[in-house]
Ligand binder design. Sequence first.
Ligand code: URA
Length: 433
Amino acid sequence: MRAYDVIMKKRNGLENTKEEVEFMINNYVSGELKDYQMAAWLMAVYFNHMTDEERYNLTIAMLNSGDRVSLKDIKGKKIDKHSTGGVGDKTTIALAPMVASLGLSVSKLSGRGLGHTGGTIDKLESIPGYKTALSTEEFIDIANKTGIAIAGQTANIAPADKKIYALRDLTATVDEISLIASSIMSKKLAIDSDGIILDVKAGTGAFMKDIQDAKTLAESMVSIGKMNGKNMKALVTNMNQPLGMKVGNALEVYEAIETVKGKGPNDFQELCVELACYMAELSEEMSYEEAKEKLNKNIENGTVAKKMKEWISAQGGNSEVVDDPNLLTISKNKKEIYAENDGYIFNFDTEKIGIASMMLGAGRATKEDVIDLSVGLEVHVKLGDKIKKGDKIVTLYYSDNSDLKESEKTIKNAIKISDKKPDEFIVKTIYEI
Ligand code: URA
């Protein structure tokens, strides 16, 4: 087989066989296939797209390039969750205890933040003592004891994707649905869960700006998972505004704690409950309706908060933060931003809100950056809110190292106030189930 022929076939709009896709991936990982050949093939995929079969074969070839993580020693049904990422997305931290309170197991390997989006592992490190680096034995033991273990990823998962993603980044081939779907799913399928729920974000703070594109991506990923024998479900959810009100590491943990007690912001509370109930349904242990009834009770009677304490404590963290989230270190330096005119909150450039938080020190511009877990921001308004000139719209929590001026400027440019109300649809928490 010659790379030239495989590339030409794809360039001419024909379908590559399983063997051809494997040839490209395996030889690229081994170094025999050069960057320019892989780049040409990726560009041909970008223009001619992939069939379900090709996309699946690409996913499996990338999956097979690395390690798999076995969860077989963890008791109970294991439903994994993946979010395509956004601003203020602390979902895993509130969702895990909700799902565990329903008797399911949440064993998750999570990542760190980069650019305008945050990462679960950084957020969890704002809980004093919480250990994100666990041995496999510790991970399994904690998951079995408490129903939850969330740690950083150490296994060498899908190295082919890592190499190809870096090349896509340099060759303008990131935003093709099959390439995104196979990239994400090659990493998700490496973990032997019983099912996967996908939270595909759509809007100004998401990878997918357009709801229809997000839906197509969701369908592609569901199709790959099902072809692999997994129970799959995807929701397309709102990233046209930050999720909840708080953005930044300790601030987001604070909000997640409020949410396990039923006191979270409406959109975030709703999203966590919906995801938890669909995860329960995916496990085939109970129906969505049974899960909803039980979960609402568990939130109300403190069972979910208790689960969160057990989990944090098992991972070495100070579980008292659940009773008193003021024990989290949140910067005391605050700068308020006020509305400059009357009107409705019409539009958020949510990506810019994430960047403003990064400028304060809460996120990384490059992988090497050191972040400050105590800084970030709180948005006091949601899309469609009626406000008056002088109303407080955002609070910035900053430190001596924050670029406060730039952050404030970025926020002001990111929030549009209008005499028109935004479209009802844009304001919804969940666009599509
Ligand atoms: N996230 C991934 O992991 N891969 C992509 O291609 C895009 C987003």
